[in-house]
Design a protein around this ligand. Structure first.
Ligand code: PBG
Length: 319
């Protein structure tokens, strides 16, 4: 039998480009930002080299540097926290002010808001705590209130990430009742109780003060359950569903893409980002090559959108 020469298609870089199946593009990347009160702040987040706490003035300066990026995900760091996370739905909260400023300056940028309580509660949990437990239904009310305040400030999408049952339905109903039918929901449908969120929790100072998140975030031994979570969110009105983390969960992205015909987003989380930073040890070329390989694998698995802290570099790398 003749040798089948698959290498013919790898002989030249133009041929490799010609037949490449997966194309990463900055327009499909969502860039997260951490916003703080004040002016002139650009404080490096130690656990996430290259990522900063930015005050709104510096956020507005930073966005144009993200070549080709068409969407951002905002997280706010409040000045104070309480048991109910009430700073999260303050009209002039840091993140509400940031949304207004960003939408005023960058009209076509899609602004997405993470809807959760963990960054705003003194106990660091993603829901309301009653008698030492995370109370699902009391949390729904709070989450809907937060989502509404983001919509009022001008958010294009809200992204519920608390993993409470019924959160998409509660938010959809509240938005609709208040005239925000066009505000979309990007649901963190399958958010695993992952060890890869460590650096982010330092950035947001949101580590739980007692217990852990395993009574609401998903068990990483399961994947059928992930499909149930996604189905439920679609039925409740999610426009886009998310798998998080991404790199350690490529099988979930793949299964979700095969099964559902809604756009799939994947969150390449802080620990996955920091891992690449560590491995490349400050070598920019190594960092680029590692990041492009990882992000392409997430796209190849089936993600339409990728949330990535490399968002600012991607446009430069790909041009
Ligand atoms: C809020 C939230 C978390 C992340 C995004 N939204 C953390 C958590 O559940 O502790 C993690 C993002 C990252 O690690 O990059 N619930």
């Amino acid at each position: 039998m003749q040798v089948v020469r698959l290498r013919r298609l790898r002989e030249k870089s133009t041929i490799r480009d010609w037949i490449s199946e997966t194309e990463l593009h900055p327009k499909n990347i969502i860039l997260p930002y951490f916003v703080v009160e004040g002016k002139g702040t650009r404080e490096p987040i130690k656990s996430m080299p290259g990522v900063y706490h930015l005050s709104i003035d510096n956020l507005l300066k930073d966005i144009p540097e993200a070549v080709g990026i068409q969407s951002i995900l905002l997280f706010g760091i409040p000045e104070s926290k309480d048991r109910l996370g009430s700073q999260a739905y303050k009209k002039d909260g840091v993140v509400q002010k940031a949304i207004r400023a960003v939408k005023k300056k960058f009209k076509n940028l899609i602004v997405i808001l993470d809807v959760c309580l963990c960054g705003y509660t003194s106990h660091g949990h993603c829901g309301i705590v009653k008698d030492g437990k995370i109370d699902n239904d009391a949390s729904l009310e709070a989450l809907a209130k937060i989502a509404l305040s983001y919509a009022e400030a001008g958010a294009d999408f809200v992204a519920p990430s608390a993993m409470m049952d019924g959160q998409v339905k509660a938010i959809r109903e509240t938005l609709d009742e208040n005239g925000f039918k066009d505000v979309g929901i990007l649901a963190y449908s399958t958010k695993y109780a992952s060890n890869f969120y460590g650096p982010f929790r330092e950035a947001l100072d949101s580590a739980p003060q007692f217990g852990d998140r395993r009574t609401y975030q998903m068990d990483f031994r399961n994947s059928d359950e992930a499909l149930r979570e996604i189905k439920q969110d679609i039925d409740e009105g999610a426009d886009i569903v998310m798998v998080k983390p991404a790199l350690a969960y490529l099988d979930i992205i793949y299964r979700a893409k095969q099964k559902f015909n809604v756009p799939i987003a994947a969150y390449n989380v802080s620990g996955e980002y920091s891992m690449i930073k560590k491995l490349s040890g400050g070598d920019r070329i190594k960092e680029r090559d590692l990041a492009l390989e990882v992000l392409t694998s997430i796209k190849r698995a089936g993600a339409d959108l990728i949330i990535s802290y490399f968002g600012k570099e991607i446009g430069k790398w790909l041009c």
